[in-house]
Design a protein around this ligand. Structure first.
Ligand SMILES: C[S@@+](CC[C@H](N)C(=O)[O-])C[C@H]1O[C@@H](n2cnc3c(N)ncnc32)[C@H](O)[C@@H]1O
Length: 231
């Protein structure tokens, strides 16, 4: 993967960035996503935000080598602190980290959100708490996908602020649109997870030490939801 050939995961993320967007890519690492989108003429401008020094320098080098220093600002910053009002950002991508971390970045940076930005999120696990944050903050999920690459299942969640929206507990767990679309990748992901969760429940039953009842109940509930989904 590089700024010309994205991974399938980042390629799918790129497909959700609107043409002409001013993108903030938070946790940009090598800045492959904003550089690739700029090379393709998809976006007008970008901010590549990084909290860690080494990827920040990598992003700077990638932007410089592609001659985009005028169009892409690389900033060493925690989360949405990379965004300044004058950037007039219209889309924010936060990819390749846990859903809880993405949620925390959005929550602690709320003051930097105008509500006009499209959020393109690619959590590695922790999708449920991320969807909960989106619902609690009036974001409607416009598009969701599951894709499998290098033996991992990745999810992409695209959302925009819409006003109050209500999702059921199962929709927050599985994804409201994915529950309807039932793509082969989505069903395969939950078939795998069902086997894992059933094995964990069997291990709990054999465990010498007592497993907290709340944990067993939560896992049992999730297993029932998955079985109902796959039935
Ligand atoms: C696994 S990389 C993903 C890079 C790229 N977004 C992708 O999907 O390929 C996660 C990056 O997020 C950065 N990161 C984690 N927490 C962050 C935060 N609060 N603010 C900015 N960057 C963060 C890490 O330093 C790391 O470079």
């Amino acid at each position: 993967m590089n700024e010309q050939t994205l991974s399938m995961r980042l390629e799918r993320v790129a497909a959700h960035v609107p043409a002409g967007a001013r993108l903030a890519d938070i946790g940009s690492d090598h800045a492959y996503l904003p550089v690739a989108l700029m090379r393709r003429g998809v976006i007008k401008a970008a901010v590549a935000g990084e909290v860690a020094v080494t990827p920040f320098y990598t992003a700077e080098r990638s932007v410089r080598e592609n001659d985009f220093a005028q169009q892409i600002s690389v900033r060493l910053a925690d989360g949405l602190a990379a965004i300044e009002a004058g950037d007039a950002i219209t889309a924010i991508s936060i990819c390749g980290m846990g859903g809880e971390r993405i949620r925390d970045i959005l929550d602690s940076g709320k003051a930097r959100l105008t509500g006009q930005e499209r959020l393109i999120l690619q959590p590695n696990g922790g999708e449920q708490p991320l969807r909960q944050w989106l619902m609690d903050n009036g974001y409607r999920i416009l598009c969701e996908e599951v894709l499998r690459e290098n033996r991992f299942a990745y999810e992409i969640i695209v959302a925009e602020r819409s006003g109050p929206v209500t999702y059921s507990a199962e929709e927050l767990y599985f994804g409201p649109l994915q529950m309807q679309a039932r793509s082969p990748a989505f069903l395969a992901k939950w078939q795998r997870l069902l086997r894992l969760k059933q094995q964990t429940l069997a291990d709990f039953a054999q465990a010498r030490q007592t497993v907290p009842e709340a944990k067993v109940q939560q896992l049992t509930q999730q297993t029932q939801w998955i079985m109902a989904l796959l039935a």
